[in-house]
Ligand binder design. Structure first.
Ligand code: ZN
Length: 471
């Protein structure tokens, strides 16, 4: 790359050009430069999904991370890295402008948009081949890591084909010998005591040379090339709740620890691989308008990304892709106060939040009196502020299921309302409690990154990945 071109590119990034243009510029720069020492095709691809991450989550997590731990995020740093390629993911399903995770992962994996709720089955009920199934034939190893049940829609989309995303018992059976590294929640779909058909999938996987682990310690000790690790019956607990619970911290690994364990199994040899790493609970927190949970969850996802970027920094044959399957509830920081001068102080109050909305509602469920006084105390203990009398009254109405008419459906829902009340203090607003149609961020670094520049339709990802891994 000539000095002038590099200079120009830096200038365009610093000048705040859109990701799209900066990405295209970078792609051209790389094509023209023939970067020495960089292989054109990667041996391995790490596909990182921050599930349900709207744009505002990325920028607020950058500010939050700087506030609470004095450093920014790996993803933000990558956006400013002239070697990275920037793009946008065009998300939709065959049945809706707004996709769910099942259809989104199926589009990436099968190359076809399918109806929401289906995993690699099209609108006519035709079974489609997942990317994992294709790669298995060419002996490309596959890994899946998630903070949801590992049989949940996003990981399942890469390795299973089922007509309904809820068929997690069936999805678990399809992973056998197709996915070498399986780490996340969801032990109930492998455990004979919890599966509907009482089959012992842990035993079946162990017979096929998987190391079956159930605790953080066993994960960290394991050296087995094939591994099945499930660390909770369903989802892995939210980071914000895990951080308050020493017992949980001992038993349940972080996403970063699971990602490191997975990637080390692929980096240690010369075989081609595809590894999907999902921060699943960013999406769940968005559905609950839960600002404390979502920023801590995105920070945990970013830790995993930072760890893997560090592990691959001296490998020139690994492509790392960061994206999201869809937006969700589009949270954003609104300016507050005259001249927006109170914005930063309001935003800083998020750091006081001590638990997720899920944890808050569980505590409320256990409260004895269910009185307004108790609700006020619990809100203060969890969020660090007392609700105003009318906010408290509204919360009591929604939570007791009293029929209410609101101008926005979001406010008829207890978590939707709670999110707005917390937003009155933090400045963070939400557009709803559901997925959104916006394109999502797409950031890539490593050989082949230029193929993920600009606007990329979700159903074109399969060909791009296979072109790099098999082409
Ligand atoms: Zn969702």
């Amino acid at each position: 790359m000539s000095y002038s071109r590099r200079h120009l590119l830096k200038g365009s990034l610093a000048g705040g050009a859109t990701g799209l243009l900066a990405g295209l510029g970078q792609a051209q720069g790389q094509e023209g430069s023939g970067v020495s020492g960089t292989r054109k095709k990667p041996r391995g691809i790490i596909f990182c999904v921050s599930d349900g991450m709207s744009q505002g989550v990325l920028s607020m997590t950058e500010a939050f991370s700087k506030q609470v731990r004095g450093k920014g995020t790996a993803w933000w740093e990558l956006l400013a890295n002239s070697k990275a390629t920037l793009g946008l993911m065009d998300t939709a399903s065959s049945s809706s402008l707004v996709t769910d995770s099942a259809a989104a992962s199926s589009a990436w994996s099968s190359g076809k948009r399918v109806p929401n709720g289906q995993i690699n089955f099209d609108a006519n009920g035709k079974r489609l081949e997942s990317i994992g199934e294709t790669l298995q034939k060419d002996r490309v190893r596959l890994g899946l890591v998630s903070t949801a049940s590992i049989t949940h829609a996003t990981p399942a989309g890469f390795a299973a084909s089922v007509i309904k995303r809820g068929q997690e018992d069936l999805i678990a059976t399809q992973y056998l010998n197709r996915v070498d590294v399986i780490l996340g929640g969801g032990s109930r779909f492998f455990d004979p005591k919890m599966r509907k058909d009482k089959k012992d999938l842990f035993g079946t996987f162990a017979k096929e040379k998987y190391d079956v682990v159930r605790t953080r310690d066993d994960l960290l000790k394991s050296k087995s090339k094939k591994i099945l690790g499930t660390f909770s019956p369903g989802y892995i607990p939210y980071t914000i709740d895990r951080d308050q619970d020493a017992e949980m911290q001992k038993k349940v690994p972080t996403l970063s620890e699971m990602s490191e364990a997975a990637l080390s199994r692929f980096l240690d040899d010369d075989e081609p691989f595809l590894l999907q790493v999902e921060g699943a609970r960013i999406d769940h927190a968005a559905h609950k308008n839960d600002i404390g949970a979502i920023l801590n969850e995105q920070m945990a996802f970013d830790d995993a990304v930072g760890k893997m970027l560090g592990m691959t920094s001296d490998h020139d044959d690994i492509l790392v892709i960061l994206t999201s399957d869809h937006g969700n509830a589009n949270p954003g920081l609104n300016g507050t106060g005259a001249g927006y001068r109170q914005t930063n102080d309001h935003f800083a109050k998020i750091a006081q939040i001590k638990g997720s909305a899920e944890w808050f509602l569980q505590r409320w469920g256990k409260s004895e009196t269910k009185s307004g006084g108790e609700m006020s105390k619990l809100m203060e203990a969890t969020y660090g502020f007392k609700p105003a009398p009318q906010e408290l009254e509204a919360m009591m109405d929604r939570i007791s299921g009293k029929k209410v008419t609101e101008w926005s459906n979001q406010l008829s829902n207890p978590v939707g309302l709670l999110g707005q009340i917390v937003g009155n203090v933090t400045g963070v607003g939400w557009t709803g409690i559901c997925h959104t149609s916006d394109p999502t961020q797409l950031t890539s670094i490593g050989p082949g990154a230029e193929r993920f520049a600009g606007l990329v339709r979700n159903d074109s990802v399969r060909d791009r990945l296979l072109g790099l891994l098999l082409g």
